[in-house]
Design a protein around this ligand. Structure first.
Ligand SMILES: C[S@@+](CC[C@H](N)C(=O)[O-])C[C@H]1O[C@@H](n2cnc3c(N)ncnc32)[C@H](O)[C@@H]1O
Length: 193
């Protein structure tokens, strides 16, 4: 059976995480990925969850409280500033990060992830990633501005040196209405970045 896009993205990142490790949810939104990451790292691990909207931070906080989850640091700021929040000791040790691009479902469609911010954040997080760590981006691009982000991201990640990184694109080519797809970046053992 071919895995659906979202569940394949979750499988990829879960596979990279060992209990006790740290991970990033770069766009926590309603908190669904944050909860999944929190379970994957376990109580001794740490999730750093970013969002620029207070509504998203509040929604995620509510979900965490309901599930009695305490291994998440919520950060009300853009992921492009991730290096201001991640401890320096995490360089080369981060197990993974997930980005859900686009707008927060059920909210203002004007607030969307932006190409320059997403690319800056990925370039910064790559530095923190452990060898064989993974960054998963779920690329939604059906909204206004979405195509620009998709094209910029594909262009940027296509130029990642294959000696150090594997970049995967995964999606369905016969689905209607701009279905989301995955871009996943794995840091190779040989990487010096
Ligand atoms: C598709 S939603 C995320 C959905 C979420 N993962 C979930 O499980 O519900 C995208 C989110 O990215 C947030 N966002 C936009 N630009 C951002 C940035 N620069 N840094 C962090 N979050 C950002 C939006 O506020 C929105 O909540």
């Amino acid at each position: 059976m071919i895995k659906r896009v979202l569940s394949y993205g979750h499988e990829l990142i879960r596979h990279a995480i060992q209990p006790g490790e740290s991970v990033v949810d770069a766009t926590c939104g309603n908190g669904n990925d944050t909860v999944m990451l929190s379970q994957a790292t376990g109580p001794t691990g740490q999730v750093y969850a970013f969002d620029i909207q207070s509504q998203a931070i509040a929604q995620t906080k509510k979900k965490l409280e309901k599930d009695k989850i305490s291994n998440v640091t919520l950060i009300h700021d853009g992921h492009e500033h991730a290096d201001n929040y991640l401890p320096k000791e995490l360089v080369g040790k981060l197990a993974g990060a997930i980005f859900n691009l686009g707008y927060l479902p059920g909210s203002d469609k004007q607030v969307i992830t932006k190409p320059t911010h997403t690319i800056t954040a990925i370039d910064k997080l790559i530095h923190y990633l452990k060898p064989e760590g993974i960054i998963v981006c779920v690329v939604y691009y059906g909204h206004e501005g979405g195509n620009d982000e998709k094209d910029a991201l594909l262009d940027h990640l296509s130029n990642y040196d294959q000696k150090y990184f594997q970049v995967l694109q995964y999606g369905f080519v016969n689905q209607k209405n701009n279905p989301p797809f995955i871009l996943a970046i794995e840091k190779k053992q040989t990487s010096q970045k």
